[in-house]
Design a binder for this molecule. Structure first.
Ligand SMILES: Nc1ncnc2c1ncn2[C@@H]1O[C@H](COP(=O)(O)OP(=O)(O)OP(=O)(O)O)[C@@H](O)[C@H]1O
Length: 251
């Protein structure tokens, strides 16, 4: 299977605190990869290292390498802004800008100097369709995004991420603030989107990881204990600690 990201001997520090310990992982193209593990084990920290969102946190340090298309994303020749266009992110709480639905979707494109109305119109329609939101909002795309429901807002945030035509979309517990029906819609959406994108998702729901992911990594205290095909992790884990976690014996 083709890989898009190759993590090699990654350590990550907050000040003197070693939060990620010697992570090695290959992320497969057009897969959904889930990160699971108890609170504070480093899942979000690791997710943020993959597109350098951690650059915004002071007093942190990265050791090791993360290769994207064979190039270390922490090397000087990499432009972190362009990197984040190619490796987009969706957060736990839907965070649309206080702007229209339309302007939310085209925000990144406008920042990149794309202002032609017909191009933007096309992107808006296409991305709303690909996140299965078009029929629900087509009559109000010039209204505020804040008028949408939480689940619709999160689909809009996914639309905003994919409007930039990324290769990879990172998602940090994207459904934890949503009701079960909105959660189901997002899960169905992710299964559609993985045909075009590589998706990495942090989730507290093991059921969610089991339902939608192809690969699962189990984290504990800043280490990856086990990383394998999702069916293998859930049906026949190698490590006792993985088994204890997925059977609900801790965490
Ligand atoms: N901005 C920060 N500054 C200092 N320490 C941090 C920061 N963010 C996280 N940490 C620490 O790093 C460790 C890993 O945190 P992280 O948020 O990555 O875990 P997590 O597995 O995503 O947890 P959760 O499931 O609760 O979101 C924790 O010990 C946490 O306290």
């Amino acid at each position: 299977m083709e890989t898009v990201l190759n993590v090699r001997n990654l350590n990550f520090y907050y000040g003197n605190n070693l939060a990620l310990k010697n992570i090695n992982m290959d992320i497969y193209k057009n897969n959904i990869t889930a990160f699971i593990g108890p609170s504070g084990c480093g899942k979000s920290t690791f997710l943020r290292t993959l597109n350098r969102m951690n650059d915004f946190i002071e007093n942190t340090k990265v050791e090791g390498e993360i290769l994207f298309e064979g190039k270390n994303i922490y090397s000087k020749e990499i432009d972190p802004v362009e990197l984040r266009r190619r490796i987009g992110m969706v957060f736990q709480k839907p965070n649309p800008f206080p702007k229209t639905i339309y302007e939310n979707i085209v925000y990144g494109l406008r920042n990149n100097g794309v202002n032609k109305k017909d191009i933007l119109d096309e992107v808006v329609e296409k991305t709303l369709k690909s996140v299965a939101l078009y029929d629900e909002v087509k009559d109000k795309i010039y209204k505020s995004a804040l008028e949408l429901s939480g689940g619709q807002q999160q689909r809009l945030c996914i639309a905003r991420a994919i409007a930039m035509q990324p290769d990879v979309v990172l998602m940090d517990e994207p459904t934890s603030a949503l009701d079960p029906i909105s959660t189901m819609k997002i899960e169905e959406l992710l299964l559609e989107l993985k045909k075009e994108y590589t998706i990495i998702i942090v989730t507290h729901s093991m059921q969610q990881a089991a339902r939608i992911s192809d690969q699962t990594a189990f984290f504990l205290s800043g280490e990856v204990i086990e990383y394998d095909r999702t069916d293998k992790i859930f049906e026949n884990p190698r490590d006792k600690r993985t088994e204890d976690y997925i059977t609900g014996r801790f965490g």
